[in-house]
Design a protein around this ligand. Structure first.
Ligand SMILES: C[S@@+](CC[C@H](N)C(=O)[O-])C[C@H]1O[C@@H](n2cnc3c(N)ncnc32)[C@H](O)[C@@H]1O
Length: 220
């Protein structure tokens, strides 16, 4: 199965094998299935809150991998997810949902699994700065990050865990490639967005706008 640019970028950022990978909000399950194929985890877990989606996916996986014990499906609200095996490593992927929902999920997953070593691979739809701010407040550090262009839209991918060393920067750090014209386009679009936002709420957005403008002056 060919993944779209966004899901392919997420898959490409997984550079080691995990005991458990969780394709959270899996919907069609394309990403998790690709990760099963590439052998990225001992067990790939598919999580979604919509029962018929999980039933369909379960039937498909049973048909395609009848004897495999390397996948599990879970119909549950991500806000209530409890992880097994405290001593194992878990990579949780949350992609394709809004930034506010991503924040809610990350906060609740950490609260519900306080003794687990969790890595997050996040690709929210919008509100990237707000997601990054929350990750910093939760004590998460940066493993890697990237910018993805898919079907006319830009996305940021952040791979983070509490055991990493690098600080997360609100406007992004290692993801920016000054030789990539698409990155300049993304930065200019982001600046335009915060120019509009700070016209209506200057107190709230002025500082962030300045940070993005300074980044542009420094990089491009
Ligand atoms: C747009 S799809 C994203 C699919 C895939 N992750 C991607 O990036 O292409 C969003 C999915 O999130 C699921 N979802 C929404 N709220 C959820 C929750 N509280 N717990 C688990 N899944 C949820 C929806 O049922 C839907 O299938």
């Amino acid at each position: 199965m060919k993944l779209n640019n966004r899901l392919a970028a997420l898959s490409g950022m997984i550079t080691r094998r995990y005991k458990h990978i969780w394709d959270c909000c899996c919907d069609h399950g394309h990403l998790g299935m690709a990760l099963m194929q590439s052998g990225s985890a001992t067990t790939v877990h598919f999580v979604d809150v919509v029962n018929p989606l999980i039933d369909l996916l379960t039937a498909k996986l049973q048909q395609q991998h009848p004897d495999s014990d390397c996948w599990e499906t879970h119909c549950c609200d991500l806000n209530l997810l409890t992880l097994p095996e405290r001593s194992s490593d878990h990579l949780l992927i949350i992609a394709g949902v809004g930034g506010d929902l991503t924040i809610e999920f990350v906060k609740n997953i950490i609260a519900n699994n306080p003794h687990h070593n969790i890595e997050f691979l996040l690709c929210p739809v919008r509100h990237n700065a707000k997601v990054r701010q929350t990750l910093k407040e939760l004590g998460l550090k940066l493993i890697n990050e990237s910018i993805v262009y898919d079907k006319g839209l830009f996305y940021e991918v952040v791979h983070a865990s509490s055991r990493a060393q690098e600080d997360i920067v609100i406007t992004g750090s290692v993801m920016w490639d000054k030789l990539n014209p698409k990155h300049l386009q993304y930065l200019e679009k982001t600046i335009e967005h915060y120019e509009r936002a700070s016209r209506s709420s200057p107190e709230k957005y002025r500082k962030l706008l300045t940070s993005y403008q300074e980044l542009k002056n420094k990089l491009f």
